[in-house]
Design a protein around this ligand. Structure first.
Ligand SMILES: Cc1cc2nc3c(=O)[nH]c(=O)nc-3n(C[C@H](O)[C@H](O)[C@H](O)COP(=O)(O)OP(=O)(O)OC[C@H]3O[C@@H](n4cnc5c(N)ncnc54)[C@H](O)[C@@H]3O)c2cc1C
Length: 421
């Protein structure tokens, strides 16, 4: 791969938050960059997510603890976990790899890899927000985790304390009392996280990054990339009109769509659609303005305020990206909204979208070993928004032949080449 002085053009495949942030940072580094993004009926995960900068999530979900708690996590048992049964051929092989990644050794490795990444996530977001001319995109007011019963509070507090005691503190008494007065459920206990936050609105954040990319001279095209192919020792793209294009640099950042693209060059990247749902509506005028994201851990829900609206998100449902949504998930979120007494006015809007998730819950970020113009950045699971700014800096460092801030060995997509991985 050539350095930025010699890189005459770059193409980023995928215009979600990862692709948009990569394109902007590459353009700023002096590499003219075009984003190719397909027209999609449902806005992608990058538009519909919970907006949380979740630097506390250092523990990959592929863990021994998760396996123990699967039965109580199932949708049928009132939990957030479900499977699209018609898509069993997709998620069964993925689940086998997931189970293999849940050993204590692999979990510990994954945890140190994610910890190293997440340490840089918030500073990278500060730089991205400032560079795009919108420092207010980022709201660094932490988040609250709340519990409703003495036993869940004891368990939850102990678990977070074990994971990272320095990150949690008590919620301001006044704020907690104000919140309890407005809710219809008892809050037994809660903690305030430091070093986390939210974006002012995921859609506005995406727009700000896209506009900054355009202002810097970047281009954005609506089109589907049908295939990624090898042309000698370089990668090229086949577009939906049958045309082939190449570039000095191609970045695959197509979320769940990255799997099919990487397969075209013989790289196995088992990204699955880990689908989530949200319900959103205007928030009542007397809801406290300064509240950070609220996690109702007993219900596996997060409520985030975006301006005058409150968005409530939940669910991990494995299947295909385009399998129709399951309306029972929205009904369940709306049930929780009523029970908790969240002051959201009707009409509600409903959304479903897919997190791109690899079986070990680590993203894939790196350079293809023998195609000298191919980079990849996908599989960011629940942390795509959180890690977007950092991923963009890493991709730009790789493009410019600079050493990235993070060791990329654990994120090499080649880790899935072995049958046992
Ligand atoms: C309910 C929910 C809540 C979430 N909350 C949070 C949160 O609070 N914090 C956080 O950090 N993360 C959160 N996430 C995860 C986060 O949204 C994702 O990790 C992130 O959006 C992934 O971004 P991406 O750009 O990789 O993929 P996507 O957003 O899926 O974007 C990929 C883009 O590539 C395009 N594409 C795909 N294939 C092709 C092709 N062949 N040709 C051209 N274009 C193509 C797609 O159309 C799409 O526009 C949440 C996700 C969900 C579902």
């Amino acid at each position: 791969m050539s350095g930025s002085q010699n890189t005459k053009s770059a193409i980023v495949v995928g215009g979600g938050v990862i692709g948009a942030a990569c394109a902007y940072r590459l353009q700023e580094a002096g590499i003219p960059t075009t984003v190719l993004d397909e027209e999609s009926e449902i806005p992608s995960a990058s538009w519909g997510n919970a907006g949380h900068i979740a630097t506390e999530q250092i523990s990959p979900m592929a863990s021994p603890d998760i396996i123990r708690t699967i039965p109580q996590r199932m949708f049928a048992a009132g939990g957030p976990l479900d499977f699209c049964w018609q898509d069993i051929a997709i998620w069964m092989p993925w689940a086998v790899r997931f189970l293999r990644a849940c050993t204590p050794t692999r979990h510990a490795r994954g945890r140190s890899a994610l910890t190293a990444m997440l340490e840089h996530a918030l500073p990278a977001w500060r730089r991205l927000a400032a560079a795009s001319g919108k420092p207010d995109l980022l709201m660094e007011h932490g988040h609250f985790v709340l519990w409703e019963t003495p036993s869940s509070a004891a368990r939850g507090r102990a678990a977070w304390t074990r994971l990272d005691a320095a990150r949690i503190g008590d919620i301001d008494r006044g704020q907690l009392a104000g919140l309890c007065d407005r809710l219809a459920i008892p809050i037994e206990d809660g903690v305030a996280f430091k070093g986390t936050g939210q974006v002012c609105d995921p859609a506005l954040a995406m727009d700000a990054i896209k506009q900054a990319h355009r202002r810097a001279g970047g281009d954005w095209r609506r089109c589907t990339v049908n295939a990624l192919v090898r042309r000698g020792d370089a990668a090229a793209l086949v577009l939906d009109d049958g045309g082939r294009i190449g570039a000095d640099l191609i970045v695959i950042a197509a979320g769940v769509g990255s799997r099919a693209l990487m397969a075209g060059i013989g790289v196995y990247a088992p990204v699955i659609a880990e689908r989530g749902y949200h319900v959103e509506g205007a928030v009542a005028d007397d809801w406290p303005a300064g509240l950070p994201p609220l996690v109702f851990e007993d219900r596996s829900l997060i409520a985030t305020r975006f301006g005058s609206r409150l968005r409530v998100s939940s669910f991990v449902e494995f299947g295909r990206r385009d399998t129709p949504p399951d309306p029972r998930k929205w009904a369940r979120i709306e049930h929780h909204i009523r029970k908790i007494g969240l002051p959201i006015k009707k009409p509600f809007s409903r959304w479903m979208g897919a997190r791109p998730t690899l079986p070990d819950y680590l993203p894939a970020i790196g350079i293809h070993p023998d195609m000298n113009n191919l980079l990849y950045a996908f599989g960011h699971q629940h942390l795509g928004l959180t890690l977007a700014a950092l991923t963009a800096e890493i991709v730009t460092d790789l493009a410019c032949r600079r050493a990235p801030a993070v060791d990329l060995t654990p994120f090499d997509v080649g880790r899935f080449a072995a049958r046992s991985a």
